[in-house]
Design a protein around this ligand. Structure first.
Ligand code: GDP
Length: 316
């Protein structure tokens, strides 16, 4: 059993590679739900949808989010009547949010709804929300605190980042399948996909009980660096690291996850950092981590699995 923690697009790419190499019964992908929000009365789960669309093979590669061959009639009509148009919703994508909201309003849990959507899209691997509770990531900045979408979409990540806190997290518990995977005697690895550490992976780690489980498990915990050559592939991860005074490199990722991970996979471009990372007590391995194709995703997944097999799993 392999447990992968994922955010949106970066996480979805490695999750897809893992899914191509691991039997559906042996992989659980636990996804960040801290960015979920209610919009136009529909419940939107940006990261769950990125992983779902990617594994279903219907994701838009050019745009990087949403469904490919999308049409925008709803958005255009909404704008015409003066509706809220700051968040883009394609016509096909909208169907996901409407059906999810309907099933949730019938009393199904987010795990159940996600399973139903996966089934409809013929996704055979297990994608689960980190929690079935409603939680929200709140971004702390020098200009005040903002809900994630506000910071990300409206403010374009401009205010200087100082940290995050969460709404509703105290009462949250890991979703049933996430919890079961964490406790599984067959768990062979926990993999932090190359997602934003602060707003994608940290919310998952902050679900009560998760960090404690990672600190005590005998299972190797490894991360794949989302930073390559001093830059994020997309999104604000590098800017956030700089604003937190962390080195904008895999070394900063090692520092951030320090104490939780046994190993870190970094890009060949950063291979000079293998030694310095090892000096912090974290095993490091350099390979190609830039995923431009399904082939790259699959190769990185294979490298990740063989790196895990090489780790003793003995915790310091
Ligand atoms: P978001 O919620 O859609 O922003 O998605 P994530 O949090 O999962 O992904 C954003 C992070 O993934 C960014 O920090 C990127 O640098 C990283 N990322 C995206 N694509 C790749 C890739 O191909 N390789 C690596 N190593 N990191 C990636």
């Amino acid at each position: 059993m392999i447990l992968a923690l994922a955010g949106g697009v970066g996480g979805a790419k490695l999750a897809h590679g893992l899914a191509r190499n691991i039997d559906p019964s042996e992989l659980v992908i636990a996804v960040n739900t801290g960015d979920d929000f209610l919009h136009l009365d529909y419940f939107i789960c940006p990261d769950l949808d990125s992983v779902l669309y990617k594994l279903a093979g219907i994701n838009d590669i050019e745009r990087g989010w949403g469904i490919r061959d999308e049409s925008w009639n709803f958005m255009e009509s909404l704008k015409k009547v003066g509706g809220e148009d700051w968040f883009q919703l394609g016509d096909k994508d909208l169907a996901t949010h409407i059906e999810r909201s309907r099933l949730l309003s019938e009393g199904q849990t987010l795990s159940e709804v996600t399973r139903a959507l996966c089934r409809k899209h013929n996704v055979v691997h297990t994608i689960v929300p980190m929690t079935d509770h409603r939680v929200g990531t709140i971004v702390d900045t020098q200009e005040g605190d903002f809900f994630f979408q506000d910071y990300f979409v409206r403010l374009r990540c401009e205010p200087a980042f100082t940290g995050v806190h969460y709404k509703g997290m105290e009462d949250a518990t890991p979703s049933p399948q996430f919890s079961k995977a964490l406790e599984s005697a067959d768990l062979k690895a926990i993999i932090f996909c190359p997602s934003n550490p602060f707003v994608s992976i940290d919310p998952i780690l902050n679900v009560p009980g998760v960090t404690g489980a990672l600190r005590t498990t005998e299972t190797p915990v490894i991360a794949v660096s989302p930073i390559i050559g001093g830059q994020a592939i997309k999104g604000p991860a590098a800017k956030m690291m700089a604003e937190l005074d962390l080195p904008v490199s895999p070394l900063g990722i090692a520092q951030h996850y320090g104490g939780l991970i046994d190993g870190l996979i970094i890009d060949n471009e950063d291979r000079m950092l293998v030694g310095p990372i090892m000096a912090t007590g974290i095993d490091a391995y350099a390979t190609n981590t830039l995923m431009r194709s399904a082939e790259d995703e699959s190769l990185l997944a294979q490298e990740t699995l063989s790196f895990v097999r090489g780790l003793s799993g003995n915790r310091p």
